[in-house]
Design a protein around this ligand. Structure first.
Ligand SMILES: NC(=O)c1ccc[n+]([C@@H]2O[C@H](COP(=O)([O-])OP(=O)(O)OC[C@H]3O[C@@H](n4cnc5c(N)ncnc54)[C@H](OP(=O)(O)O)[C@@H]3O)[C@@H](O)[C@H]2O)c1
Length: 339
């Protein structure tokens, strides 16, 4: 599989990362093992999880994904071949109130890493992310705790997720002043369609022009784009046809109708799936972007892996870029002009 440099670390990672959010929950153990085996057979080495997947489903606790990966690594004996990423900060507090999470204090991080290493059956994490930017603990505390983990050899690289660009800049300046390790990766929501103007994304952050501009300029951070297929939205005939329940109407806009139509047209002309065009689009930017795949079947995985063979022509890229009313996800020219 093609590789991409992680930030400016000199470390090459797979250009498609395998997400495992539903491994051990919606996808049972044997299905999860088959997906990881297939990804590795295709040359993939970059696996993404978190210490809370997927606590929000039924009676699951949030241990399932890491535990399933840990068992697979043990059975396959391939820990050294895999670049393993996990995250902390959004694990529910046992017995806590609804919506009460561990957070990103030093104490919470020390507890979180211990749990992740244990479930994954490893002595180190290759890339450790703060899962969201809660803003309730000072960044100094979180970054200082991450620096300790790197010093102790428990973590190789650090990253952030769901963080506004200006906060990334603040964090990097703090790290510089304190001699702490810098983020090498930022994991945000990213796809070809865009959330409608003012959509409520809760603590999640979507890749925007500002982040792309920042990273294209600095060139020392890699973007990991999650929920890239919008829960498989691109398989339907219209953005309104059968939306993923978690998306609600946040991607309903005339802007996206136009983008969707152009995407489908280009996919049909090439005879490939629209998913492959979405991944090819993400990887075509000047900023380095690695899509994080979310799949529940081998068919989906094979489809998405095949996107590595698709490289968009300048004409296709321009058509995709200019398909919408404007560059900001407004619903219409009228709404744009009011802004
Ligand atoms: N940092 C964060 O805050 C954050 C948040 C969310 C996710 N993530 C990471 O990103 C990964 C992916 O996220 P996600 O699951 O939300 O991604 P997603 O790509 O938006 O959704 C995955 C779902 O889309 C459908 N799909 C994907 N490829 C398809 C294809 N080729 N053909 C037809 N349907 C297809 C499948 O739906 P069905 O199963 O319904 O068939 C699949 O389960 C996660 O595993 C996790 O590692 C990170």
């Amino acid at each position: 599989m093609q590789t991409t440099e992680l930030g400016r670390t000199g470390t090459e990672v797979s250009s498609l990362c395998l997400g495992t959010m539903y491994f051990g929950s919606r996808v049972d153990e044997s299905g999860s093992f088959s997906l990881m085996d297939r990804y590795v057979d295709a040359g993939g080495r970059f696996i993404d999880t978190a210490n809370n997947y997927a606590f929000w489903i039924g009676d699951f606790t949030g241990n399932e994904s890491e535990t399933t990966i840990g068992k697979w690594l043990r059975e396959r004996g391939n820990r050294d071949d895999i670049f393993l990423a996990t995250k902390c900060g959004v694990r529910p507090v046992p017995g806590g109130r609804d919506g009460e999470f561990e957070g990103l204090s030093r104490r919470a991080i020390r507890g979180a890493i211990e749990g992740s290493l244990d479930r994954l059956g490893t002595d180190r994490i290759d890339l450790y992310y703060m899962h969201v930017d809660w803003r309730r603990e000072a960044l100094e505390e979180t970054l200082g705790a991450f620096a300790e983990l790197v010093d102790e050899g428990l973590v190789k690289h650090i990253g952030c997720s769901n963080m506004a660009t200006w906060r990334v800049v603040v964090a990097r300046e703090l790290a510089r002043r304190n001699g702490w390790p810098q983020f090498t990766a930022i994991q945000q929501w990213y796809s070809y369609l865009r959330p409608r103007y003012n959509a409520d994304l809760w603590v999640q952050k979507f890749v925007d022009e500002e982040l792309l501009d920042y990273i294209e300029t600095e060139r020392d951070l890699t973007i990991l784009g999650y929920t890239a297929t919008l829960g498989g939205l691109y398989r339907w005939n219209s953005i309104y046809e059968k939306n993923h329940p978690a998306l609600g109407d946040r991607f309903h806009s005339e802007d996206n109708e136009r983008r969707f139509a152009v995407l489908k047209e280009i996919a049909a002309a090439r005879g490939v799936s629209p998913f492959q065009i979405v991944f090819a689009w993400m990887r075509r930017h000047d900023a380095p972007v690695i899509p994080v795949l979310g799949v529940t079947s081998l068919e989906q995985l094979n489809d998405n892996l095949a996107s590595l063979d698709v490289s968009l022509t300048d004409d296709e890229y321009t058509k995709l870029r200019d398909a919408a009313f404007n560059r900001h996800g407004f619903d219409s020219d009228e709404e744009y002009s009011l802004f």
